[in-house]
Design a protein around this ligand. Structure first.
Ligand code: DC
Length: 229
């Protein structure tokens, strides 16, 4: 039986969260940003001075971290020990740490359980790196979103400038290439396209075009699977 949810995977900066949010809005599904959960976990590790190389400390800490998701005015709020950490998890430092800690099996086990629980409660549009392959293998519609490193760095630069963060295109290209390397080559749940995922390269497409393609893909898949939509 297929799960009435959409799994969106892809590398950093491919446009997953913007697109996933729009698709969820259109369908009345809940949007779950799993990257934010890995970021909150990285923040917890930083606050508790846990080194990624100290396996025992990482295992103990990730069991203590209380990470959850709430919704305010339709937007996802990521809570760490009940505190909204949205404003603290978008720095380059936390991006790097989230990528490093997300390679840890205990961290992944903890967050995957939470993500699967959310999808059992309600239809979701969930984005991340392992959603189609590990978290929601039965999702009726799976999308692999990608874009060139240059385009992804340009998008990040725009976001950073809007936030007032000083970065350069070269720095961001390097940072993105390093994260791709780590996310795609880690031993546990590396980023890869699920065999039954539809590949969408967003380099030359507008947000509206990508959203429409995913909606069409979902409607076709849901109809073939006999789901009522
Ligand atoms: O999507 P993002 O940039 O917010 O994700 C932050 C990091 O978390 C990213 O480098 C990889 C990791 N991540 C993961 O391993 N699995 C997921 N489902 C989501 C994110």
């Amino acid at each position: 039986m297929k799960l009435n949810s959409i799994a969106i995977d892809g590398p950093a900066g491919a446009g997953k969260s913007t697109i996933a949010r729009k698709v969820a809005e259109q369908l009345g599904f809940i949007y779950v940003d799993t990257g934010a959960m890995y970021r909150a976990m990285a923040l917890f590790m930083e606050q508790n001075h846990v080194e990624p190389s100290d396996q025992d400390a990482v295992s103990r800490a990730c069991r203590r971290a209380d990470i959850s998701i709430a919704y305010q005015d339709g937007a996802q709020v990521t809570l760490l020990d009940g505190v909204n950490v949205n404003a603290m998890i978008r720095t380059e430092q936390i991006s790097r740490m989230a990528s490093v800690f997300s390679a840890n099996g205990d961290v992944r086990k903890r967050l995957v359980e939470l993500q699967q629980k959310l999808a059992q409660e309600t239809p979701v549009v969930m984005d991340g790196r392992d959603i189609g392959t590990v978290v929601l293998p039965d999702a009726v519609c799976k999308i692999y979103l990608t874009a060139s490193v240059r385009v992804r760095a340009e998008r990040r630069l725009k976001e950073d400038l809007a936030r007032g963060t000083q970065t350069t295109l070269t720095e961001l290209e390097q940072e993105i290439a390093e994260r791709d390397e780590r996310d795609c080559h880690r031993a546990i749940s590396p980023l890869r396209q699920a065999d039954d995922a539809v590949l969408l390269d967003t380099s030359e497409l507008t947000i509206g075009e990508v959203t429409d393609r995913i909606l069409a893909c979902y409607r076709n898949a849901a109809a073939s699977a006999g789901l009522t939509i």
